[in-house]
Design a protein around this ligand. Structure first.
Ligand SMILES: [Zn+2]
Length: 179
């Protein structure tokens, strides 16, 4: 019985890893989110991606999520993630991958390229859990956006309501709405 259970668990771990690799996740995400060994993951990665995983550090800074366009994409993703985590049985990495899939679909429907990678989406959720970033409602449109942890909600105006001057007419948000 125990063996059957562990085989089932292992196949679930592999399916999860393959899914993440196909979404373009970095090896560090796989190491953190599955129980498979590093060697195992490395082999899986090469097999599925057809190349070796890229080396180097993960992005550790919260800055990227606060710059204009990435902020809109990150906010869209995190709204979907929060909704999924509340309204479905999905947990942890499974909620992240599902939310990421929905995010790319929604962005695609607006005729845009996803700016948020699955690795960054995963980082974003960690940053939120560690309270290094927060979600704050915009005082104009009411949409929830990724902000610094102690953003003043009374004065906060989002990047859709007030795009930076360089964004030009029509902005670059291309029909993304967060209400
Ligand atoms: Zn707004």
């Amino acid at each position: 019985m125990a063996t059957q259970k562990s085989v089932l668990n292992e196949s679930r771990q592999i399916a999860r890893a393959v899914n993440l690799i196909e979404m373009g996740a970095r090896l560090q995400v796989l190491e953190s989110e599955t129980e498979l060994s590093y060697e195992r993951l490395l082999r899986l990665y090469k097999e599925v991606a057809g190349k070796s995983p890229s080396k180097g550090q993960l992005p550790f800074s919260t800055d990227w999520f606060l710059t204009w366009q990435p902020n809109i994409h990150s906010s869209l993703f995190h709204n979907i993630y929060t909704w999924l985590a509340k309204s479905s049985e999905l947990e942890g990495i499974d909620a992240i991958t599902k939310a990421y899939q929905l995010y790319t679909e929604q962005v695609g429907a607006c005729g845009l390229e996803p700016q948020l990678s699955i690795t960054r989406a995963w980082r974003l959720v960690r940053f939120m859990e560690n309270k290094m970033l927060a979600m704050t409602p915009c005082s104009k449109c009411g949409g929830h956006f990724v902000t610094e942890p102690y953003e003043n909600a009374r004065h906060f105006v989002c990047g859709l309501c007030e795009p930076p001057a360089r964004a030009g007419k029509g902005g670059g948000a291309g029909g993304i709405q967060l209400q």
